[in-house]
Design a protein around this ligand. Structure first.
Ligand code: GCO
Ligand code: MG
Length: 405
């Protein structure tokens, strides 16, 4: 294989912004990686264009580990979402190249399939519990074995995870230069949340795995109370019950409830989840390829988690590009301690820009047999959709205090 000849960065907005890295070798093999950091896309694009891509030219694309280590240690300023997303995208693109050169899909390079398919969870949402029930039924018909449920807290239009219009896909980033501000109350949420699970289990029984995202909004003691109050509904997980910057905060939740806990979508390195894993404070680790340093670093996190019987449950929102989804499905098919994979889906417009080989059947996905990641990037089509500024919202409590969104 020849050296790296080109490393390019593309920002495109086929309905939402995606950042893509494309690496080309001297003999014309290409690899792609996802570098999308929702609401902060251009910061990663600049980190890549201005700092990492020039250093790649002339390097041996086969040296994935050495390139990873030199970008991580060589920056001196380690970790953080911008740095780790940039490194993650390059890492994915290099694995893509390695797969194409070897003529093997990524999961074969990692060690082969550990299962026949990847169980994915979808999102059911509603402005009311009745609307949620209808949406749940639709997803059940599509064969999903695991369903995340979110419903709007009465009077709180800013409830996390609710589609703007019934039947529409949920999209948190809002176009514009200033973030949208949304009203929130922990007390009202705590009062309402158990009613969601009660309604769903009463209507549909215990056939599907039930998931729920608290989206970092509770204090540890509130989260402990929520976890305890919903134990009988046997959730697959309660996600991000409290912010995880302070990993020790999860001790308190753990002491009080057997509701399983998932966290990690905003964490970027093995260090960010060290205590959570070592003290078995969580059951599922949600780090992703894109935001946690690519395949090379995710493999390290998953192996570390396996020692403590913690399983993977990677973040898979539509604000990570189909390239990340492809990489994640290969990883999930291989990783021994797999739990579940989030799959929010994409619009037709988005999928046209990223032709892919993965498939969905009856609750399970498969990455396909194409060499590498099995996802391509249509540069020409992408150029028709220029970047549009869009930001994630801010949550405020009823007295105006800024809260965790
Ligand atoms: C999830 C997430 C997302 C995030 C989004 C932010 O569990 O899917 O919480 O919906 O809010 O990725 O950009
Ligand atoms: Mg989440």
């Amino acid at each position: 294989m020849t050296q790296i000849a080109k490393a390019e960065v593309f920002v495109t907005c086929p309905g939402r912004n995606f950042v893509t890295v494309k690496i080309t070798t001297g003999d014309g093999v290409t690899g792609v990686g996802d570098a999308t950091l929702n609401g902060r896309e251009l910061a990663v694009a600049s980190y890549l264009k201005d700092h990492l891509c020039p250093q790649l030219i002339g390097r041996d694309p086969a040296q994935i580990e050495d390139i990873w280590q030199s970008f991580y240690k060589g920056a001196y300023w380690r970790r953080g979402p911008v740095t780790m997303t940039a490194i993650g995208a390059i890492d994915m693109a290099l694995w893509d190249i390695k797969g194409k050169v070897a003529g093997l899909p990524l999961y074969q390079l990692l060690g082969g399939a550990s299962r026949q398919g990847v169980m994915v969870y979808c999102h059911a949402t509603g402005h009311s519990i009745d609307e949620l029930i209808d949406d749940y039924a639709k997803h059940q018909e599509q064969g999903f074995k695991a369903i995340r449920v979110q419903a709007q807290v009465p009077g709180m239009e800013g409830s996390y995870g609710i589609a703007h219009q019934p039947g529409e896909a949920y999209e948190p980033a809002i176009k514009g230069q200033r973030p949208d501000e949304q009203l929130w109350s922990n007390e009202k949420y705590l009062d309402f949340a158990p009613k969601i699970f009660d309604a769903i289990r009463n209507k549909f029984g215990f056939n599907e795995h039930l998931l729920h995202d608290v989206h970092h909004r509770l204090s540890p003691i509130e989260a402990a109370r929520l976890g305890q109050s919903i134990e009988d509904y046997r959730l697959f997980w309660m996600e991000d019950p409290t912010p995880a910057e302070n990993q020790e905060a999860f001790r308190l939740i753990r002491q009080h409830t057997v509701t399983p806990i998932a966290t990690g979508e905003v964490l970027n390195s093995i260090w960010d989840c060290k205590t959570l894993i070592e003290e078995q404070l969580i059951d599922y680790i949600r780090t992703t390829m894109t935001h946690a340093g690519g395949i090379t670093h995710m493999r390290r996190i998953a192996d570390f988690a396996a020692m403590y019987q913690i399983r993977t449950g990677s973040h898979g929102p539509s604000d990570l590009s189909p390239i990340c989804m492809g990489a994640a499905l290969h990883f999930d098919l291989w990783v021994p301690n797999f739990g579940v994979q989030e799959y929010m889906g994409y619009s037709e417009q988005m999928l046209e820009v990223f032709p892919h080989s993965w498939s969905y059947h009856n609750g399970y996905m498969h990455p396909g047999e194409q060499p590498g990641l099995g996802v391509e990037f249509d540069e020409k089509l992408a150029a028709k959709y220029p970047y549009q500024s869009a930001l994630l919202p801010i949550a405020r409590l009823e007295d105006g205090t800024v809260w965790n969104w």
